[in-house]
Design a protein around this ligand. Structure first.
Ligand code: CAA
Length: 260
């Protein structure tokens, strides 16, 4: 499937999705949001794809947010619908069932930061800047930033970012746990691919259950979360992969996971 504003390439079970509107710093217009929805729907169904990397085209930006040219024309109702649409796509990414890695090569602002927040992991180049500048435009975050950011980095720093609108540098983002790793620009994609390869060497079902335990558990009470964990732990014992993993350990060899 080809897209107007996305480039998608799959190699060795890792799909790399590049948002490709470099002239406007990869801003997310409606068309791009729709294409991301279709793209992630297809990636979810594609059994050959076991991990996804998302990045931005060009040297300067990951994604500089929702397209302000479009936002400027919206009525309150249209803005609300735009927010619902964006949130739905980011929910799809968060609940993909396969790990997603944001390779943040430059500005990740507004909707761009929010898209990175919906990914499983975030790696930034030293040149990256992450922020929620919506208040500078007289608006609020609309693609989940007010909810996912405090869950990831805590209420205090999330409010500082959201209320000041000022971005964090890559190093500050690392210190606050907003990104997992900072690397020189030329090492960004190799580093993202390295992490993806490491994850997909493990049992796909166990990986999926682990992501579910953490993602769903964060929105539950500790009792409900622990119950979910026990349920998923039990489910993992119903997989061939678990039998193979344990057998391989005892036979002192590498496991061969079938994803069943
Ligand atoms: N929407 C539309 N166009 C954008 C854009 C955006 N979010 N960000 C950048 N562009 C365009 C610029 O208008 C400019 O286009 P022209 O060449 O036609 O003038 C081009 O990209 C290059 O940008 P700049 O000349 O501004 O580049 P710079 O290096 O001087 O500044 C920047 C870079 C600091 C990222 C600056 O572009 C900027 O502040 N962009 C807007 C960031 C922002 O506010 N994002 C939040 C959007 S609202 C949102 O996302 C709501 C939500 O939660 C869903």
């Amino acid at each position: 499937m080809s897209y107007e504003n996305l480039l998608v390439e799959t190699r060795e079970h890792i799909a790399t999705v590049t948002v490709n509107r470099p002239k406007v710093l990869n801003a997310l217009n409606r068309k791009t949001v729709e294409e991301l929805d279709a793209c992630f729907r297809a990636l979810q169904q594609d059994e050959d794809v076991r991990a996804v990397i998302i990045t931005g085209a060009g040297e300067k930006a990951f994604i500089a947010g929702a397209d302000i040219k479009e936002l400027a024309t919206y009525s309150p109702q249209e803005a609300k619908e735009c927010s619902f649409r964006g949130q739905a796509v980011l929910n799809r990414i968060e609940n993909l069932g396969k790990p997603s890695i944001a390779a943040i090569n430059g500005y990740a602002l507004g909707g761009g930061c929010e898209l990175a927040l919906a990914c499983t992991l975030r790696i930034a180049s030293q040149a990256a800047r992450l922020g929620q500048p919506e208040v500078k435009l007289g608006m609020t975050p609309g693609y989940g930033g007010s909810q996912r950011l405090p869950r990831l980095i805590g209420k205090g720093m999330a409010l500082q970012m959201i209320l000041s609108g000022d971005p964090l540098s890559a190093e500050e983002s690392l210190r606050w746990g907003l990104v997992n790793q900072v690397v020189p620009p030329e090492e960004l994609l190799p580093a993202a691919e390295g992490i993806a390869r490491k994850i997909i060497a493990n049992s796909p079902l166990a990986v999926q259950y682990c992501m579910e335990a953490v993602e769903q558990g964060l929105n539950m009470s500790i009792e409900q979360g622990l119950f979910l964990e026990s349920t998923l732990f039990g489910m993992s014992f119903a997989t061939e992969d678990m039998r193979e993993g344990a057998r391989a350990f005892l036979e002192k060899r590498a496991p061969r996971f079938a994803g069943r």
